[in-house]
Design a protein around this ligand. Sequence first.
Ligand code: BGC
Length: 762
Amino acid sequence: MKNIESLINQMTLEEKAALCTGASPWTTTPVERLGIPEMTVSDGPHGVRRLPDVNDIATESYPATCFPTASCLAATWDVDLIHQMGQALAEECIALDVDVILGPGANMKRSPLGGRNFEYFSEDPYLAGQMAASFINGVQSKGVGTSLKHFAANNQEFQRFSINAEVDERSLREIYLPAFEMAVKQAQPWTVMCSYNKLNGTFASEHHYLLSEILKDEWGFEGLVVSDWGAVRDRVAALQGGLDWEMPGPQERRVKALIEAVRCGELDQALLDQAVRRILRIVFKAKETPKGGSFDVGAHHALARQIAAEGMVLLKNNGLLPLKGVQQIAVIGRSAQNAHFQGGGSSHIHPTKVAVPFKELRARAGDAELTYAEGYPTDNSSRLDLIEEAVTLARSADVAVLYIALPAFKESEGYDRKDLDLTDQQVALIKAVAKAQPNTVVVLNNGAPVAMSAWIEEVAAVLESWMMGQAGGEAIADILFGKANPCGKLAETYPLKLADTPAHLNWPGGAGVVRYGEGLFIGYRYYDAKQMPVLFPFGYGLSYTTFAYSNARVSTQNFKDTQGVTVSVDVTNMGKVAGKEIVQVYVHDQKSGLVRPEKELKGFAKVDLQPGETKSVSIQLDLRAFAYYHPEYKQWITEDGDFDILIAASAADIRQSLTVCLESTLRLPCILDKESTVREWMADPRGKAVLGPLYPQVEEQSRKRFGGGDGRYGNESAMGMDIMDMINDMPLVSVLLFQQSALTMPAEELVAGLLSQVHNME
Ligand code: BGC
């Protein structure tokens, strides 16, 4: 590695400023006289989108493997497989002369309507964080960089370039940031990409708290921060906020802005040097991996097929699947011939080849006869003739397999979905075919949940096959014929209807603002809290076998937060075919100082079992599995007490549960102040020590003044009230002000005195 400090000393101000902006849409600015090379980046995330000319943004990219998109990846729940995919992506980057791939995306699925949800992993931060970290570790293990994006609170497409996401600190820390935090701490992505939107009033590209204080200082991010393409408004403010590299380039005006700001003293040269240092480190790191050669197209296609098969989720099966002994199959739906395997936008990959679902079915169908009908057109028109044709075929077959793809005009980067619905034609088609043929299987291709209530009762089976990547057509056929046993589980809840969804009342915002009014409660956290039925819960998925859970145990019943605890359970394959089960561990806090979700995913494992086989699965739970973020302490805290460990097959299918007792080792600073309530005083050990002796007197006076015979609130005992329940939530000073005549000093002075006693105890 070059001596970066000596290079910084030799660079002119102009060269430094130029390095902080791209030379082209995809490259850094080289400095030839000092031997500083250029670095090339390409989209991402589920394939390499390398354009032949880096000065271009619109031409077709080189062929590369199109893997399934993130919804499918997360549904595998298989961190090792995602790691392998990362390695394959890196091999393709090397062959295509790419230093950094722009992905993965770790934003939360706040609403199923998010237009880019197909590019994101989950509604759960833990699962998304594990996926992102494995992806990054896989790519970077081969000496190629990643760009973790879009940081942060970029959860919708509506006004994504400008909207101000209003998110409270606790929701940010517990829901919207942890996937990024996990990925940074466990995998150190070479780059992090800031998002377009504003967060609490400030553009993410200029957000000092986000980019500098949290990402770099608190989490220890060592790489560079790059802007999303076109996310910078004010170059100088962005640099001051912590944004190192602006993209795309070239942008002469921006370079000049930095030069002038340093010259006139508005921008500290040391800050510019800091950004230059971060960029140079990554540029030289990238050059340690020689580029060129080729990649194994066949092996990567096979890996894409394996991932697709592991991520597809069998949602319903009345026993029809896997298909056996069928003579005639009516294959219906355009996407049987035109595979719908990726989404529109910057992630669009030029695949090396594409498996045609119909052909793959044909190849595995033996002697069965296959017929085909288009079923629905590419546009949103209504075509009764196509439905009639499909029904005729379905009626004369043993089985109808309907390939239903959500069209791109309903789902893409750039705009959000307006509803959860398939097209009217598709719904009418499913209903008509199912009526004519009870043995109907629906195979869905989409990147996010669709509503199914209108037809799900009428069909025999439903396979969610996602935007499944270029080999997905093979994976579908493998699953339908039982060559692969479905083993994916949903990484997001499928709601019954749009009005049930967590962000419904605050989506997508307006007048420049979107308020995250549901707070912590997105995904299953919301449906749990509302005790609301859903179509399919988070973590749900069927198999061609069944699994039994037994012998749940913990390494220790009582433990200190710093030690953590290990949970184990035995899982047995009860059926006649090999299969994989995804074991999920959720934690429920029995009692907490602040409101918490009913349960939260804190661990999982995917286990492969032969028929009749039993394996023991162990999952570690660390301090963070029990902690929550306290906005007043401004830190993650643990509290003493009992927690239930729920071992589950889905968020709605808890198989075993255990209770453990945590002892917190935290010594929290005292946060009592002159407005603290009586209850807060008594809940704090130091506050209780000081106020406790006076409390009986405060109570007596309170009952007399508020709940006595002539008290403000009438006669407490006669009316069966509990006046102290009200008093305890009043600021101590307010309570004392009502009792001023019985005090020897002004209430404010008394509280100030008590506070100084408390602070002297620290
Ligand atoms: C997208 C990013 C992408 C970049 C470069 C942006 O519009 O939001 O995800 O990496 O363009 O294509």
